[in-house]
Design a protein around this ligand. Structure first.
Ligand SMILES: [Zn+2]
Length: 481
């Protein structure tokens, strides 16, 4: 085996010389399109061969760990919690890539029968052969394996599918099509699975129960966390009710069907009767964006309800850590627990404004010197009074009702703003999050909130008193009646 590793190392050196010529010396820059495509294809072929070796090695490591007692396992001896961690260390690949290797190895690895000690054929023997010949790569094996992973297809059917799919991947299938890409192979595998799956007659609900799920992906390059999943209809209905109660509290108007992407309305028309800027034009969020913000509100309300199980002895509390000087200065970064990538100071400020703050003083050597909790949360009576005064999020056009709003310190607490009703206004999650950047300004004049809107909403751009409270509106109208 030492020779095997040595041979791979020699190959690695040869590849490194080529990649150096391509990148460090800009050797590919003056090549023709044709040459570039040839280079790409050849590199992919080398890559497929390397992937085959990695898939086999990961499969064998797993098999040995499964057969050995805990203290003798490779993972234990190398001080790793599990195989994924061990392989990450050996390959420097991401956890996700290592999971892919494991998934592929389950499909194409030959196993030892525990009863007889004999070597059994792989689940997909033809795919294994194609992998060995460098004709299919990791992508293709995963495309096939993931389609059949949920089971339900017998061995005979699986072997028939394996033969056809491996032939399609190599371009030697009966239809004489060229070698299939991984995506084409997945589509083909889905056709086979649908044909072979004997549980086609399974009651819809049982299948739905099995298929239910919700996953949060990893934060992507755009700073967003993808959400994927399938909800049971009753769970979706409950979620929709939550959205409606936040976005459409008075049951006015129907939400648009399907996604609707609207721009900030240009030249919004003033209200005919009062001559003031129209409220309807003020909210420029698309419907999916509104649903996202409503979800934030629903989750915060659930966390604050006291009905959720506690975590570490406290209600599930979102904790954001940030350097105090960055929070005050308004630039720099903050962090969420368990996430290496930073979040913006604006996000940290929102949490700090509406929640409690713990100031932790840390000495140069890292020792905690002092721990102070700053009480800056508006109490229930203050909240109720502010709710009565403001009647909901004070930003024009926003219909989030008071019970779903956060109380915003107009004068920031860190700049001396008191936790007093004269300094607190109701803002929904979204308008609180974007209060520094969204074009809306809020100030208190004699204890009453005033809003200055962006030019597209109010051509005069002046301070206007705001309230959504029915009783206060009546107070204002009554003298005119
Ligand atoms: Zn709002």
């Amino acid at each position: 085996m030492t020779n095997f590793a040595k041979a791979l190392q020699a190959l690695g050196d040869a590849v490194a010389a080529l990649s150096s010529a391509a990148l460090a010396d800009d050797g590919l820059r003056d090549r023709s399109d044709d040459e570039l495509l040839h280079a790409l294809g050849a590199a992919a072929a080398v890559n497929r061969g390397i992937e085959a070796v990695m898939v086999e090695a990961v499969g064998l490591l797993r098999e040995r760990d499964e057969l050995r007692a805990h203290p003798d396992r490779t993972t234990t001896r190398y001080g790793c919690r599990n195989l994924n961690e061990l392989v990450q260390r050996a390959t420097r690949a991401s956890g996700r890539s290592v999971s892919d290797l494991a998934t592929a190895s389950r499909a194409v690895q030959r196993r030892i029968a525990t009863s007889t000690g004999k070597l059994l054929p792989a689940e997909f023997p033809n795919l294994r052969a194609a992998l060995a010949e460098g004709r299919v790569g990791l992508d293709a094996v995963i495309a096939v394996a993931s389609v059949f992973r949920r089971g339900g297809v017998g061995t005979t059917g699986l072997l028939a599918a394996d033969e056809e799919l491996a032939a399609a991947a190599c371009g030697t299938g009966p239809e004489a099509a060229g070698p299939a890409s991984a995506d084409e192979l997945r589509a083909l595998a889905q056709v086979w699975a649908a044909y072979l799956d004997p549980d086609g007659a399974e009651p819809v609900e049982t299948r739905a129960l099995r298929k239910r799920g919700l996953t949060l992906g990893r934060r992507d390059g755009d700073g967003l966390v993808p959400v994927r999943g399938n909800l049971l209809p009753e769970v979706a209905a409950q979620l929709r009710l939550g959205f409606d109660s936040v976005l459409n509290p008075r049951g006015e108007g129907a939400p648009p069907m399907g996604p609707c992407f609207s721009e900030a309305p240009a030249g919004a028309q003033p209200d005919d009767e009062t001559g003031e800027p129209s409220e309807a034009a003020a909210d420029s969020r698309s419907w999916p964006q509104k649903q996202h913000d409503a979800l934030a509100v629903v989750l915060a309300a659930a966390a604050a309800s006291g009905e959720l199980p506690t975590l570490g002895g406290a209600a599930p509390t979102l904790v954001v850590s940030v350097r105090e000087e960055d929070l005050v200065a308004g630039h720099g970064y903050a962090h969420l627990p368990g996430d290496d990538e930073p979040i913006s100071i604006a996000a940290a400020r929102q949490v700090a404004c509406a929640g409690a703050v713990q100031r932790v003083m840390i000495a140069d050597n890292g020792r905690i010197v002092s721990l102070v909790t700053l009480e800056r949360v508006f109490n229930h009576r203050q909240r109720r009074a502010i709710g009565l005064r403001d009647g909901g999020c004070v930003i024009p056009g926003c219909r989030v009702p008071p019970q779903w709003c956060e109380v915003h310190h107009v004068e920031e607490h860190s700049r001396g703003g008191p936790t007093h009703t004269d300094n607190g206004v109701l803002l929904c999650w979204f308008h609180h999050r974007t209060i520094d950047t969204g074009g809306w300004q809020v100030r208190m004049i004699d204890g009453v909130p005033y809003v200055k809107g962006p030019y597209w909403w109010d051509a005069e751009v002046r301070w206007r008193p705001v309230t959504k409270s029915p009783s206060r509106r009546l107070d204002r109208i009554a003298p005119r009646l």
